[in-house]
Design a protein around this ligand. Sequence first.
Ligand code: ATP
Length: 354
Amino acid sequence: MARVQLKNIVKRFSTSTAVEQMSLDIADGEFLVLLGPSGCGKTTTMRMVAGLEDPSEGEVWIGDRCVNALEPKDRDVAMVFQSYGLYPNMTVAQNIGFPLKIRGLSAAEIEPQVMKAARQVELTDYMDRRPKELSGGQRQRVALARAIVRQPAVFLMDEPLSNLDAKLRVTMRAHIKHLHHALGVTTIYVTHDQIEAMTLADRVVVMSRARVQQIGRPQDIYDQPANLFVAGFIGSPPMNLLSELAASAAGGSDVVLGVRPEDLRVLPAGTPGALVDGEVFTVELTGDSTYVTLKAGEQLVTAKESKHFRAEVGQRLAFGAEPARCHRFDAKTGLRLPLMSPLHLPPCPPEHTA
Ligand code: ATP
């Protein structure tokens, strides 16, 4: 286990800069998730920790040493990729034990360690199978077990679940979280899936266009997004960002008002002080809740209601929100502005369902 530090890292390729001035201090045993859309520099950042890319500037530290000059094999890290990277002709047991074999351990030394790792990912019933005889989730667990036997100082995981179907992803997510709890190994995990980031991370690093946008605990990033990018990226359905409709309520036309769907309340059309007044554009039932979207001017605004809520398309309704649940952003810089003054937005009237 080890602390990992990135000190003023920059990575330039011939045609682009993949990572701009990044500094991170990852605590020993922390689960840190790099989150962002495709091309934002997540994988490049992780590859610099692994030693598969050299930083153009800055230093990578693992434990108490700068590892810039060290080969990947000397960095004491184990990587798990989206493509499992298993040897097709080896059994599960041989795949898991392979890192120990190349370290020169004897079969008698390897076997108990392989069984221990296999138990940790619940693979003991499949030890003699070849990878092609396994499901995607089982293959990924072999890859995890192979990383575990190495007992590395750091796990590096690059979109390890993205080849799996939605249901398996949820199961494997739980496996990974449980493993981290059991092993306590410092983990850097790359994903573009915000739910994975929110559920797994001790801290999330949100990236966009080669830059860190925000670093924080999942709840802090959700409750206090630092800028418009983070506000729009975290949350499903995403935060409603109202540029013109509510400009006066938010305190001027250079302010964007943000309200999460769960913080909007449905009100009768024409309710004084409502944030949004419009026609029902769509009603979506998800099972445990209902998403109601109003079209107000050119903007679509979505509220999350109870699973019992019903409304007709075309019906006129309004949405209101408590001022304390609203976010304000500078329209020009995108940066978060201080909390709303209650003077700017009247409190919404008592709850009402259509
Ligand atoms: P994804 O989720 O699609 O994997 P990412 O956030 O991991 O995206 P990176 O793979 O780190 O993004 O790439 C960041 C940027 O650097 C991209 O614009 C990419 O095209 C560029 N890039 C990555 N590797 C190279 C390379 N070897 N040569 C040139 N440009 C590269």
